[in-house]
Design a protein around this ligand. Structure first.
Ligand SMILES: NC(=O)c1ccc[n+]([C@@H]2O[C@H](COP(=O)([O-])OP(=O)(O)OC[C@H]3O[C@@H](n4cnc5c(N)ncnc54)[C@H](OP(=O)(O)O)[C@@H]3O)[C@@H](O)[C@H]2O)c1
Length: 252
């Protein structure tokens, strides 16, 4: 049996869809009222270790989907609760949705991921680490007044869609030969000016606001230009490009 935690979220639902045709799957959710339909459900709250121990019983493999908690200390506690519960419940293997750079950078965005990876290694459980890039879903360029704008200095982004990352997770959860591997998943490199050119609209650099301004600053340093073959290899096909969805919502 494969258990998927945080299964009521966007990624969890996609993984459940991909796994349910191939294997017995249990959705672990903190609120059963929000569980995906059509699969057995167990309650497992990252803040409630006992619920996790119970929920993970009998799992040959567990997909631990990272918590959306913004407070790093609490997020770390939640992840460590889940790793400890997985060990105590005797799960056969743990697959964790980590983040690119978590192996080398232990501060800021990657701190909780780094600490969790270490705890998984220390647990002695068979493991696979799926280091995710930023999700393309939040970056699909919007054509507005015949132009695309960004504050990325034309640098590249290695984002990937949740749907591809979910399928890759399903392949790892239902396949063999992934134990002990850490995959650095990156999507096909793209830039905002390239998308504008492909859609035949104007591109313009413009300031942005909110969480996007922090990410844009990262993009401008070239921090999102790293490419690896891992996602394509685990998928057994190329990952979806941003252009495939930009075109469908495009226009002038
Ligand atoms: N790489 C990226 O660009 C990126 C972007 C966004 C998020 N992420 C990370 O990837 C994860 C999955 O993304 P997503 O898009 O599926 O996020 P999402 O749609 O926001 O789903 C988050 C999930 O976490 C669950 N959750 C929240 N608190 C919990 C707790 N205390 N115990 C157990 N489950 C809890 C939520 O349950 P409820 O349904 O009950 O709220 C929900 O199922 C996120 O949680 C976040 O860590 C990565």
């Amino acid at each position: 049996m494969i258990a998927i935690s945080a299964a009521s979220g966007a990624l969890g639902r996609l993984v459940i869809q991909a796994v349910r045709a191939r294997a017995e799957v249990v959705a672990v959710v903190r609120d059963p009222g929000r569980a995906p339909e059509g699969v057995p459900v167990r309650r497992g709250d990252y803040d409630d270790p006992a619920s996790l121990r119970e929920a993970f019983q009998g799992a040959d493999r567990l997909l631990l989907i990272s918590s959306p908690e913004l407070d790093t200390a609490r997020r770390i506690r939640q992840h460590l609760n889940a790793v400890t519960a997985a060990k105590e419940a005797g799960v056969g293997a743990i697959v964790f949705t980590s983040f690119l750079g978590a192996d080398t950078v232990a501060t800021g965005l990657t701190e909780a991921y780094h600490t969790t990876e270490q705890a998984i290694l220390d647990s002695g459980l068979p493991y696979t680490l799926l280091r995710h890039p930023f999700y393309s879903d939040a970056f699909v360029p919007q054509v507005s007044n015949g132009e695309i704008t960004s504050n990325t200095a034309g640098r590249g982004l290695n984002t990937a869609f949740r749907s591809d990352l979910a399928e890759a997770a399903a392949n790892v959860l239902t396949g063999e030969g992934h134990d002990g591997h850490a995959y650095d998943f990156t999507g096909p490199l793209w830039s905002y000016p390239e998308v504008a050119e492909a859609l035949n609209v104007t591109y313009r650099e413009a300031p942005d606001s909110g969480p996007m301004s922090w990410i844009s600053a990262q993009v401008r340093t070239g921090a999102l230009e790293r490419q690896t073959p891992d996602l394509e290899r685990v998928l057994g096909r190329p990952a979806e490009t941003i252009l495939s969805r930009a075109q469908t919502i495009g226009g002038r």
